[in-house]
Structure formats: structure tokens, C-alpha cells
Design a protein around this ligand. Structure first.
Ligand SMILES: Nc1ncnc2c1ncn2[C@@H]1O[C@H](COP(=O)(O)OP(=O)(O)OP(=O)(O)O)[C@@H](O)[C@H]1O
Ligand SMILES: [Mg+2]
Length: 272
């Protein structure tokens, strides 16, 4: 069977996913801009607001969502009827990741496109997600196999573009925008991460990666600008220590940025 034929027949199975109300793809053209950080904080904040949320870590080669959530040592199990039970972070927040299947965190995944497509299909169709309001999909950088698979297998109805202010990131975020537009996925907006740093000693605001790029890209494409997330030690260490879920409880001065982002996402779906 050709890959094209295989894809077409699998897409029909998307009916199985009807219990997922909304699928949000978190995309960037460039690596390391904070997609996973944004994905987990957004998902957790939505779950805290009473929504039923899943995170699909679609970064097959470099899955980091379990580490950010402090659940790396967990392993996937089967339900009685042979489906995959997602890992429950809180009753409202479930996650599935390649990391739960690897023997250890150093094990490489050496797979070509069709195998990645097949893994992502299983993560969608064989997982017992059980009525989600939002499935947040954390993607690897770029617009390759993983992003295409998600776009084909789900009725993704929101793309969140993550960028940083410097020109090289913006150049690539134009590609992410073009991808979403070509695939017919409505764009929720652009969020600028690592946007400025306030020196904890002297309070000086420093725009390490420049300034205003995300807003400029949003204006250029006539897309909503969803705000700026500063470079922040609490955001960094909450991920490093696998304690993303404690960020807001610790009353980090920047925890509100994810509250604001979640509100913008909810507003986007309310107004559609
Ligand atoms: N606003 C921020 N303040 C401080 N550190 C941050 C911030 N956003 C992200 N980081 C840190 O930057 C690093 C990269 O972030 P992250 O893994 O979320 O990026 P990514 O876009 O998912 O990367 P990849 O493309 O490799 O998947 C991580 O160590 C993360 O903790
Ligand atoms: Mg990532």
C-alpha cells in the first residue's frame, strides 16, 4: 500500500476522535523557542480552569513533556479493553508521550516518517482520552512529519504559533503560519516567548533577543498577538525541576502570563 493510500484510509478513522472537542497545535519554525513550556503551562492552566485537557507530546525524537510535568518515570499501561491509558497528571490533565515507551531517557528513536505517523495515529486513536475539552499537541520544531500527521489525523481547529523576538525565529515562524494556513487550521495567534529579562539584582529590563518581533509578525499576517512571556528564572526552573504544575501555586510574578494566554485561547473558541 502506498503511503498516500495508507494516509487516506486512516484519516477516515478520525471519527474515533469525536470525543475530543478541540485540538490545539503548538507550532514554531525554530527549535528551542519554548513550545513545550508553553504547551504544558497552557494545558495545566486550562485544566485548572475546570477543562478536561490532554497533552499529546508529538515530539517523537525529543519528547520533553513528561520531564516538564515531573512524570518521566511513569509507563503507559493498557485498559481492560486493550486501549492505552494516558498518564494522569491531575484528574483533569492527561498526557501521552513517546518518553513513556522508551527504556531510558537516552534511548534514541531512529524512525522515518511512516513509523512516526503510525505512532501518532496510535497516540490519538488507541488512547482512551475519554471526552477532552482540549487536546494540546506539543510539536517538534518545523513543519515535518509530526505536524503533517496531526493535521491529517485530527480536526485540528487551532494553531498557536510560538516565537522569540529575534529575526531568525521570526523568519521561521512565517513558515509555521504558512503551514497552518495551507492545512486550513485556524490560527489562534502568536505568542512571543523569551521576551526581555528583568535583572533580579538591579531591576533593569534587558531585551536580550531584541524587541517587538512577535507583534510585527502578527500585524504582518493580520493575526492576533497573544502577548509576551519574559525570560524568567521561575519559568525555567519549574520546567527543569519537573514542577510546572507548581508555577502558579508558587505565585511566580510571571505565572499570570499563562493565565492570560489560557483566557485568550478560551475566548478564541468562544467567539468561533
Ligand atoms: N520564558 C522562559 N523563561 C526561562 N526559560 C525558558 C522560558 N521558555 C522556555 N525556557 C527554557 O528554554 C528551554 C527550551 O524550552 P522548550 O523546551 O519549551 O522549547 P521547545 O521549543 O519545546 O524546544 P524544542 O524545539 O527542542 O522542542 C527549556 O530549558 C525551558 O525551560
Ligand atoms: Mg519541545
Amino acid at each position: 500500500m502506498s503511503e498516500k493510500t495508507c494516509v487516506d484510509s486512516e484519516v477516515k478513522e478520525e471519527d474515533d476522535l469525536k470525543n475530543i472537542k478541540h485540538t490545539i497545535m503548538v507550532i514554531s519554525g525554530k527549535g528551542g523557542v519554548g513550545k513545550s513550556t508553553v504547551s504544558v503551562n497552557l494545558a495545566y492552566t486550562l485544566s485548572k480552569k475546570g477543562k478536561s485537557v490532554g497533552i499529546l507530546d508529538a515530539d517523537i525524537h525529543g519528547p520533553t513533556v513528561p520531564k516538564l510535568l515531573g512524570v518521566s518515570d511513569r509507563r503507559l499501561e493498557a485498559t481492560d479493553d486493550g486501549r492505552i491509558k494516558p498518564i494522569e497528571v491531575t484528574p483533569n490533565l492527561k498526557v501521552v508521550s513517546m518518553a513513556f515507551l522508551l527504556p531510558d531517557s537516552d534511548a534514541p528513536v531512529i524512525w522515518r516518517g511512516p513509523m512516526k505517523y503510525s505512532a501518532i495515529r496510535q497516540f490519538l486513536q488507541d488512547v482512551y482520552w475519554n471526552n477532552l475539552d482540549y487536546l494540546v499537541v506539543d510539536l517538534p520544531p518545523g513543519t515535518g512529519d509530526e505536524a503533517i500527521s496531526i493535521a491529517q489525523l485530527t480536526k485540528a481547529d487551532g494553531a498557536l504559533i510560538v516565537t522569540t523576538p529575534q529575526s531568525v525565529a521570526l523568519l521561521n515562524s512565517r513558515k509555521a503560519i504558512g503551514f497552518a494556513q495551507k492545512m486550513g487550521i485556524p490560527i489562534i495567534g502568536i505568542i512571543e516567548n523569551m521576551s526581555g529579562f528583568i535583572c533580579p539584582s538591579c531591576g533593569t529590563h534587558i531585551d536580550i533577543f531584541g524587541e517587538g518581533g512577535g507583534l510585527k509578525a502578527a500585524n504582518e499576517f493580520n493575526l492576533p498577538f497573544l502577548g509576551k512571556i519574559p525570560l524568567d528564572m521561575d519559568i525555567y526552573s519549574s520546567g527543569e525541576e519537573g514542577k510546572v504544575t507548581l508555577l502558579s501555586e508558587n505565585r511566580s510574578k510571571n505565572a499570570h502570563v499563562f493565565e492570560d494566554l489560557a483566557d485568550r485561547v478560551l475566548k478564541f473558541y468562544k467567539e468561533r
